[in-house]
Design a protein around this ligand. Structure first.
Ligand code: HGY
Ligand code: MN
Ligand code: MN
Length: 428
């Protein structure tokens, strides 16, 4: 395929090496030595924002931290709408080095490419500005509600979130103030749809499909919808020795049966994924029958309606289980985000970008449904969304062994840059 980018393979390889080195540098900014953890409104969040801002300015961007703690850079005239590029710099606990991070760094390199093209040919200009956003809380690790940074940008901040508390009992409002942000001004982070021509994100796949296909890049068709719940099962704490089985109301066993039913129900469905990631029994002593068990449920689906139908199925199953065991249960929903269909135009420019990295006559790239959530789920409310996936060998993610190769990052950079140029061509 003809490439629009006048960059040598060495230029792109150098960019990829810079991305990989900076992923390693950002991995050192963590709350706990020995593993990677960076949460919203933490000192680590502030440090990576400063590093990202420095790298954005290095490629000629004007930078600012928005009213929700997202780090933003802009390249191009103020009177043009912007193509937003980005991903997130926050992490899950004991994270890998690439989830979110590689997308922010690749976005900065794409700006470097466009600036290189503009410097080489003063008559050449993009028909839009470029903005890079390093979103501050895609994972929801600290407060349980995900996409806080991108929800603010999308103008969908909910004031009920201020009362959310982290594990130390610090409210989101208090954490805002301690970070130096004014809760009353969070609305200033909101962007209007007319300011943007779209949102593109490069991300590791976080699944094994590209690895199994032996391909390095893919177009994303849609992003799974998500609902997250905290569930409580109540029974009766009793003596572990003296209580006969027929007198027990064991909350841990009820919750365990519930977790297994989530797996059984979701495995029988198409593109529905349910996971119990947190599980705690109380009072939590060796010699006490658990009187209460709290656990989480992360439920995703390709379509909101299908996901909700399965949640109803799970709820009915929990009614049966708990009824049979003389237990009570309740659920509190802590996060919900709709599925996002990636726009046909942005899917196509990413497809063309990937084709530019392949020999003439090569097959079209894979088109993959993202089971992982991304900031595009929030940004989809104000802009069309497109995503480029990079191969993540074995698909392991949310784990220190998460990986992407420098070669695939180089291919991804060229594809990402070409996609932006194809979009520019379509936008003229
Ligand atoms: O949970 C997710 O899918 C994303 O990595 N936050
Ligand atoms: Mn993640
Ligand atoms: Mn991510």
């Amino acid at each position: 395929m003809p490439t629009l980018l006048r960059l040598t393979p060495d230029d792109v390889a150098r960019s990829a090496r810079r991305v990989m080195a900076r992923c390693d540098e950002l991995a050192l900014v963590t709350a706990e030595r020995g593993h990677i953890e960076r949460v919203y409104l933490s000192p680590e969040h502030a440090r990576v924002n400063r590093l990202a801002a420095e790298w954005m300015r290095e490629v000629g961007m004007r930078t600012w931290q928005d009213a929700a703690g997202n780090q933003v850079g802009r390249y191009g005239p103020d009177d043009l709408p912007a193509l937003m590029l980005g991903s997130h710099l926050d992490t899950v606990p004991d994270a890998g080095r690439f989830d979110g991070i590689v997308g922010v760094l690749m976005a900065i390199e794409v700006v470097r490419m466009m600036r290189h093209a503009a410097l080489a040919d003063p008559d050449w200009r993009l028909p839009f500005a470029l903005e890079v956003v390093a979103f501050s809380d895609e994972e929801g690790t600290r407060f349980g509600k995900a996409l806080l940074g991108s929800s603010a940008v999308a103008g969908s901040w909910n004031d009920e979130w201020w009362a959310l508390e982290d594990g130390d009992g610090t409210s989101l409002r208090q954490a805002f103030l301690e970070f130096g942000l004014d809760p009353g001004r969070v609305g200033e982070a909101a962007r209007r749809p007319d300011e943007l021509i779209g949102y593109l994100e490069a991300h590791i796949e976080q699944g094994p499909e590209l690895d199994r296909r032996g391909e390095s890049l893919a177009v994303v068709s849609s992003i799974a919808s998500a609902r997250r719940f905290q569930l409580v099962v109540e029974g009766e704490a009793r003596h572990a020795g003296g209580t006969p089985y027929d007198m027990r109301r064991d909350a841990l066993l009820g919750a365990s049966e519930a977790a297994l039913s989530v797996e059984r129900i979701c495995r029988g469905e198409h593109h529905i994924i349910g996971t119990v990631g947190q599980f705690e029994a109380y009072p939590g002593a060796v010699n006490i029958v658990p009187g209460e068990t709290r656990f989480s449920l992360d439920l995703r689906g390709e379509f909101d309606g299908e996901r909700d139908r399965v949640w109803d199925r799970i709820s009915h199953e929990l009614d049966d289980i708990m009824g049979r065991r003389g237990l009570r249960w309740r659920a509190h929903e802590v996060h919900s985000a709709p599925a996002v269909l990636c726009s046909p135009l942005l899917q196509d420019v990413i497809r063309q970008g990937i084709m530019a990295t392949r020999p003439v006559g090569a097959d079209d790239p894979a088109v993959i449904f993202s089971r992982a959530g991304h900031d595009g789920m929030a940004i989809g409310a104000i802009a069309d969304v497109g995503m480029l996936f990079l191969r993540n060998p074995d698909g392991i993610s949310h784990h220190p062994d998460e990986f992407v190769s420098g070669g695939d990052v180089a291919a991804g950079l060229r594809a990402f840059g070409e996609a932006v140029l194809h979009l520019a061509h379509e936008s003229r």
